[in-house]
Design a protein around this ligand. Structure first.
Ligand code: 5GP
Length: 322
């Protein structure tokens, strides 16, 4: 009879290959996918095996994928097997992985004229997310803006309150952080620094594109229905290219001062490792990845993505779409 297809779309938060799944009833019927793929769930009647097709392969035959319940059980099982042996999993930012990444329901978020989602550049220190942010703002400072950060450090001569920073007392900032008023914060040389969610909202409400480049831990607090951030992972290219492009950029002074300093081999290694870690922890949350090899290319991709944001409906958590 006429089967009514579900409207459910999910973003996969893990890779799946039926060829190496010993439990799938029939390997040929399986659908392989990768983390980040959007899947159209065609049938969810079976407790263990859903039927799905990839969103961009609409005419293809539907295939079997593990249901959410089955995948959760597998993750918990793997985790209990690893317990005590995998020291790395004890790191506290693995908190996010604890949230059992399976499938996230998504829907198309349509651009609204004059209302721009904040653009959030995440990346390992040194890869160039701040540089890309500065370039975007320099391109059109009326349109692209970053909030003035708060700090508890004393004002320096030449600084103007509200220009470099909003200067506040430690007690006040501690209390506001506690109350969840900051989308991100950090401590540096004994002083607090941070960005308030109010300042992000006021930039959005002014019809501008808010551009942020916080520490990757900020993803947890930023990723809300209220802010609807567009998350970009600014990644390093592979090691040789990373070294070559930075050496060349230094020679030609194409990067600004912050990035023009020379990095040691160890720092280059750290960038690559740190990027892999960000990918492991948060890879499923990014809307796009931009590889920052040649800066001009990376910037071009950033500009293109910001334009997409203004013109194309894009997949976002269905909770964000009303
Ligand atoms: P300074 O006190 O010299 O102006 O800044 C020192 C450091 O504070 C910066 O290099 C940066 O690491 C940190 N910082 C500045 N603004 C912010 C912010 O908005 N959030 C966080 N987490 N750190 C900031």
């Amino acid at each position: 009879g006429a089967q009514r297809e579900s409207k459910v779309r999910v973003r996969a938060h893990f890779d799946y290959n039926p060829d190496v799944d010993p439990y799938i009833p029939c390997k040929e019927a399986g659908l392989a996918f990768q983390r980040g793929d959007v899947l159209h769930i065609v049938a969810q009647d079976d407790a263990y095996w859903w039927q799905a097709r990839k969103e961009h392969e609409r005419s293809a035959r539907a295939g079997l994928i593990p249901s959410r319940a089955l995948q959760e059980r597998r993750i918990l099982h793997d985790r209990s097997q690893k317990d005590g042996t995998d020291l790395d999993s004890k790191q506290n930012d693995d908190f996010d992985r604890e949230q059992i990444a399976t499938y996230e329901e998504v829907a198309k978020l349509y651009p609204r004229p004059g209302v721009f989602r904040p653009v959030v550049l995440i990346g390992a220190p040194g890869v160039g997310r701040n540089e890309l942010r500065r370039r975007l703002i320099a391109r059109d400072p009326e349109k692209f803006r970053s909030p003035v950060p708060y700090t508890t450090r004393p004002m320096r001569t030449g600084e103007v309150p509200g220009r470099e920073y909003i200067f506040v007392a430690r007690e006040k900032m501690d209390a506001d952080i506690e109350a969840g008023k900051f989308v991100e914060h950090g401590e540096y040389k004994g002083h607090l620094y941070g960005t308030s969610s109010e300042s992000v909202k006021s930039i959005v409400n002014a019809g501008c594109v808010c551009v942020l480049s916080p520490h990757y831990q900020a993803i947890k607090t930023l990723r809300t229905a209220q802010l609807k951030p567009f998350l970009i992972h600014v990644k390093p290219p592979e090691l040789d290219l990373l070294k070559a492009t930075r050496t060349e950029a230094r020679a030609k002074s194409t990067f600004d001062e912050a990035n023009a300093r020379s990095f040691t081999d160890e720092e280059f290694d750290d960038m690559v490792k740190s990027a892999e870690r960000i990918d492991f922890l948060y890879g499923h949350f990014f809307d796009v990845e931009i590889v920052n090899g040649e800066l001009v290319n990376a910037f071009e991709q950033l500009v293109q993505n910001v334009e997409r944001l203004e013109t194309e409906p894009l997949w976002a958590p269905s909770m964000w779409v009303q």
